[in-house]
Design a binder for this molecule. Structure first.
Ligand code: PLP
Ligand code: COI
Length: 356
């Protein structure tokens, strides 16, 4: 159990207006959590302080070699005023998996969840309640050792910030257009693709810029060896409904093991769908589309929730899916998942955790 010192913000900001659409990731709350790590001492000095810039030595290792990880989860306010987190234990576990991959010190799962709960409690007035909004929680760890040699850092900071958010895509639940990238790759087997590390996102930017220039929201990555097998999208995992079955790439070490992905697989199985986690090639997707068997495509993620894909572009091929509309399964998943998260649908899986 962490002993968290608290310094309240004596100059709180004005809360966003109730009707503010809350553009993703632009507004931050009044407080932040911070804790330091020193080799030989472990994690120490857990504190919640007013939201503020952090002061780092210019030689801090994170600036030079990118030893950084982050997580993302959300807090929701129910109609009867309770505060719920969605599967925070999964974020705690994934944090430690990422830390292992990046040679960073792990954080006890219960400390990770406790830190989030204490911070959310203090800034609970910031949890928005308008449909489609929530309080996004961003825990992250940075290497702070002032040293220019290449090795794992001996010092770190674990920080949590909070941001009231609306939909990740301006389209909201309307289908997005996705660009299938066949030149650049995000990650390869044996690399760090399955880690939630800043470096993976840095590697994604030039393809994303290209896709944006072509009028697409995000990139769908293909595997790094053959440029053939589907991996995932920039900020979400991907699912295809083909001839009644739900198909998604298996976890292969180069894609992020999404918590929404895991939840969607469970829901689909329990609703009687055949769910296949396997290799799926872009040729198979294109072929299914040509035969009229590609019924739905959707992405899953904490920020993206369930994002129907209405349009896929692969080289010269353009695939319009479901006439560019929201598929029935995508809508049902969105309604049930957000229903559980908001306490409107019974949580038979024990996925939500109340912040008290
Ligand atoms: N894949 C990538 C690259 C992501 O950034 C995310 C977002 O977190 C996901 C998948 C979905 O993961 P989760 O459902 O845990 O948010
Ligand atoms: C999330 O969905 O939590 C993410 O981390 C995606 C991020 C790139 C916005």
């Amino acid at each position: 159990m962490l002993d968290i010192k608290i310094e309240f913000n004596s100059n709180p900001k004005k809360l966003p207006d109730k009707d503010d659409p809350l553009k993703f990731g632009t507004i931050f709350t009044d407080h932040m959590f911070i804790m330091d790590y020193t080799l030989g001492q472990g994690w120490h000095d857990a504190r919640i302080i007013p939201y503020q810039p952090i002061c780092l030595d210019p030689s801090a290792m994170v600036f030079h070699y990118g030893q950084e990880m982050f997580e993302g989860l959300k807090a929701y306010k129910t109609k009867d005023g309770r505060i719920l987190l969605f599967r925070p234990d999964m974020n705690a576990r994934r944090t430690n998996r990422t830390c292992k991959i990046l040679c960073m010190p792990e954080i006890p799962e219960e400390d990770f969840v406790q830190a989030i709960m204490e911070l959310v409690k203090i800034d609970k007035e910031w949890i928005p309640t308008k449909k489609g909004t929530s309080l996004y929680i961003r825990p992250f760890i940075i290497a702070t050792d002032p040293f220019l040699g290449v090795r794992p850092s001996n010092m770190y900071k674990f920080i949590i910030i909070l941001s009231p958010v609306g939909p990740y895509y301006p389209e909201g639940l309307d289908p997005v257009k996705i660009w299938i990238e066949d030149t650049y790759v995000r990650a390869v087997k044996g690399g760090i693709g399955e880690a939630k590390a800043g470096g993976n996102y840095a590697a994604s930017l030039r393809a994303q810029v290209k896709a944006h220039e072509e009028g697409y929201s995000q990139v769908l990555w293909l595997d790094g060896v053959h440029r053939k097998y589907i991996e995932e999208v920039g900020a979400m995992n991907i699912f295809f409904k083909i001839n009644g079955a739900v198909v998604t790439p298996m976890l292969n070490g180069s894609i992020l093991p999404g918590i929404t992905r895991d939840s969607v697989i469970r829901l689909c199985k329990d609703w009687g769908y055949e769910v296949q986690e396997r290799l799926i090639s872009i040729d198979e997707v294109y072929d299914a589309h040509q035969k009229g068997l590609l019924e739905e495509v959707f992405g899953t993620g904490t920020a993206a929730v369930i994002s129907p894909v209405g349009h896929l572009r692969w080289g010269d091929h353009v695939m319009q899916i479901n006439d560019g509309g929201i598929g029935k399964l995508s809508q049902k998943l969105y309604d049930n998942l957000t229903g559980i998260q908001l306490g409107d649908v019974p949580d038979i899986y024990d996925w939500t955790v109340e912040v008290k």
